[in-house]
Design a protein around this ligand. Structure first.
Ligand SMILES: [Cu+2]
Length: 740
């Protein structure tokens, strides 16, 4: 029989391997070969050498840490030049931007990505992939020609820094000699509105809460589903149908936020006079919130999308995805002075940010009717209905037909000028399925995370058409670096005028088709701009092969590396890493204690579970299992490890087994021991109310025979449960449950 010390040693070894893996990954990118590649690329001529006549406009951005309390509670914030958001960077098309970025953070890298701008690969600011990360105390100067005008933004592409405040607006005016747009009324004023979401929690803890499958955010948002709630709402049948099909409850959004911000505040007043027409440059810089925009002053007039001019259309309520930008016109009604609200309501209805135009009596923007969490079928039906809507409506007809929860108005977006691509370029179509798994918070493309499959090969000179098929129940705002793509809507009135975008919302269970002309080089990220989805693996690198392979090759075959050469692997750095997270769930009750400690990385877990009881038995009994597990999909998890016990009749042994999820979300676990003993177990969690759950566990073990346990738990807070348990061995008792 192996000793406990030996078991412990092998566990430490396995833990070491799991934890060391990401470090090994990171160093591929930062050391040796990577550093040499950077040095060569840094010697390439920069924009000011290539375009010596262009005017250079300089900014200095300092990224630092401070304490801010936009949601009332002081929390650690990351600021740019002392504020959230950072300063608005203003340029004119044709100028050269020279931006010095200083990292004043302690022990933390940073980066800046210029979102929506066409920049040389080295200036794109994706750390490790395109640009060296900016280490603590270091600086980096970015330099690029401003090739186009419009509303854009910048943000950190490092870790979860974007959630903590590292973002700001970029405004590029058209060239001075560009003719004024004839399709717009005179504009009296212009304001930038940067929308974002704010949490008082530690951002790493937000990711941890999502990964561990906690219900806490749903409880906070009042969208937690339960048997009683479903019965009350008259949706018990739907609830059971969902459980039968083994799907976890759905929600519109993942995270419960403490505030939604416009320019860093929950409400803000901007100057405006009665009768004025104001151009709002709206940027959704939120980490994981879509917003509905609406105005007290009537429908919004959309004049640009993702920086690009469009034929003006009106929309009563505008859904804006993460990383999208829209330029809107709002005309302040004539008459007495008043404050006209433009409201950005989080898509899940959990809150809003307000901008008031003018001063005086407040005129509220229309609110949003709440969505029943049990009625997601109806919400889905509304989404699918709108996908069938025709784009061929007059503005007035479209306004009249607008859904109370409209999708982004892509069908009606029409570029102000033709966007057709070179007619002689070969076209290649690639279908990418957007996939996800709420059970474990794994987000992926074609079922594989960016680490599991990192690239989509791109050939220079081709038109790459991407069919994005969303197989999940959530919206995904997909963003392509380094290119504008044409958004191709079915039945478009005039396909030659398809809008140019850099970010596209792909609604649940539906598809979007985009295409772009591959006229770049090297590697460009394509990813979901929901920060936590991206971090969970939902992305790919659009990768142009290097050297001779960069020339346009035979279009019939996929671009594969020449025979004998190893497949190209981009330096994904932190974007490839499934980060390691750890947590503990434990109960301490009057008669027993149960719990588990988990270290999770991608699909792998290191688990330590225990149960020890002292009620109704002569001596304290324990069973401890240390296992390594691999998660294949929501239905199958396999594990192997060691079981340590002093229960009478049971033996310490090496164990191996699997857990299979049955209909009605019942988990069936079978395991065998090295000494020939075996165990079968069934476990089911019944959510009675949003905060009260009943967990039933039944097992048959060849050594210890039948045992069962039933626990009733009340979720008191994010960290604490009140719990009572009846156990077949240890009797009845009560205590507390903890989550760390
Ligand atoms: Cu996503």
């Amino acid at each position: 029989m192996p000793s406990a010390a030996m078991t412990l040693r092998s566990l430490i070894l396995v833990a070491g391997i799991l934890l060391a893996a990401p470090a090994a990954h990171a160093c591929e990118a930062c050391g040796g070969k990577g550093a040499a590649t950077w040095a060569a690329r840094e010697r390439e001529p920069r924009a000011s050498q290539l375009f010596p006549d262009a005017r250079v406009v300089e900014y200095t951005l300092e990224i630092a840490e401070t304490t801010l309390s936009p949601a009332g509670e002081p929390v650690r914030a990351l600021t740019i030049n002392g504020s959230v958001p950072g300063p608005v960077l203003r340029f004119r098309e044709g100028e050269i931007a020279r931006i010095h970025v200083r990292n004043r953070l302690v022990g933390e890298e940073t980066s800046t990505h210029w979102h929506g701008l066409l920049v040389p690969n080295l200036e794109d600011g994706v750390p490790h992939l395109t640009t060296p990360p900016i280490g603590p105390g270091e600086s980096r100067t970015f330099e690029f020609l401003l090739k186009h005008s419009g509303t854009y933004w910048y943000h950190s592409h490092t870790g979860l820094q974007e959630q903590r405040g590292v973002y700001g607006a970029i405004v590029i005016e058209p060239k001075a000699d560009a003719p004024a747009r004839a399709d717009l009324p005179p504009i009296d004023r212009e304001e930038v509105v940067v929308l974002s979401d704010w949490t008082n929690e530690n951002v790493r803890d937000v990711m941890r809460t999502l990964l561990r499958g906690s219900d806490w955010y749903a409880i906070r948002k009042n969208t937690a589903q339960s048997l009683l709630g479903a019965a009350r709402a008259g949706h018990l049948r739907d609830y059971l149908k969902r459980e039968k099909s083994r799907l976890p409850p759905m929600d519109v959004s993942d995270v419960a936020y403490d505030a939604f911000l416009a320019n860093g505040r929950t409400r803000q007043q901007l100057p405006a006079q009665p009768g004025e027409t104001i151009r709002l440059r709206v940027i959704n810089a939120a980490a994981s919130s879509y917003f509905y925009l609406s105005s007290a002053a009537g429908p919004l007039t959309l004049i640009a999308a993702d920086g690009m001019d469009i034929t003006p259309i009106r929309q009563r309520r505008l859904l804006i995805g993460m990383a999208e930008t829209y330029d809107l016109l709002v005309t302040v009604p004539a008459g007495g002075p008043a404050a006209w609200e433009v409201r950005a309501t989080a898509q899940d209805g959990s809150g809003h940010a307000s901008v008031f135009l003018g001063a005086g009596a407040e005129q509220p923007a229309p609110g949003l009717a709440p969505l029943s969490p049990y009625n997601m079928n109806a919400a889905m039906a509304a989404v699918l209905d709108q996908l069938d809507d025709s784009g061929d409506l007059t503005d007035t007809e479209a306004l009249a037909a607008e859904s109370p929860r409209p999708l982004p108005p892509y069908k009606r977006l029409k570029s102000n000028s033709p966007t057709t691509l070179p007619a002689d370029a070969p076209l290649r179509e690639v279908t990418l399925k957007l996939t996800g798994d709420m059970t474990r918070y794994l987000w992926s493309i074609d079922g594989r995370s960016i680490e599991e499959q990192s690239t989509v090969p791109v050939r220079r000179g081709e038109i790459l058409r991407l069919v994005l098929v969303n197989n999940t129940m959530m919206h995904h705002p997909m963003h392509l670096h380094g290119h504008f793509f044409r958004l191709l809507m079915p039945d478009a009135v005039d396909p030659a005028f398809a809008p140019l975008k850099h970010t596209v919302d792909v609604p649940p269970m539906s598809r979007r088709t985009i295409e772009f002309y591959a006229n770049e080089d090297r590697d460009w990220l394509f990813h979901c701009h929901l920060l936590y989805h991206m971090k969970a693996g939902m992305g790919r690198v659009m990768s142009y092969p290097a050297g001779e392979e960069m020339r346009l090759a035979d279009n019939s075959a996929p671009a594969t590396p020449a025979a004998g050469r190893p497949a190209y692997q981009p330096a994904l750095g932190e974007h490839a890493m499934p980060h390691t997270y750890a947590w503990i769930d434990a109960t301490l009750q009057s008669h027993l204690s149960t719990g588990s400690g988990t270290i999770q990385r991608g699909r792998q877990n290191l688990n330590l579970t225990w149960e020890t009881g002292w009620g109704r038995v002569d001596r304290r009994e324990y069973e401890i299992e240390a296992t390594v597990s691999h998660y294949f999909n929501p239905r199958w998890t396999a594990f192997a490890g060691y079981r340590l016990t002093n229960e009478s009749g049971a033996h310490d042994a090496v164990i191996a087994g699997a857990t299979h999820r049955l209909p009605y979300l019942v988990d069936f676990t079978a395991s065998v021991q090295s000494n020939g003993e075996g165990r079968l177990a069934l476990e089911k969690l019944l959510q009675l109310t949003s905060r009260v759950s009943l967990t039933a566990h039944v097992q048959y073990d060849t050594a210890t025979r039948f045992a069962w346990q039933a626990s009733l738990a009340y979720t008191a807070s994010k960290r604490l449960d009140l719990i009572v348990t009846q156990d077949s061995d240890y009797g009845f008792g009560a205590g507390l449950g903890f989550r760390f």
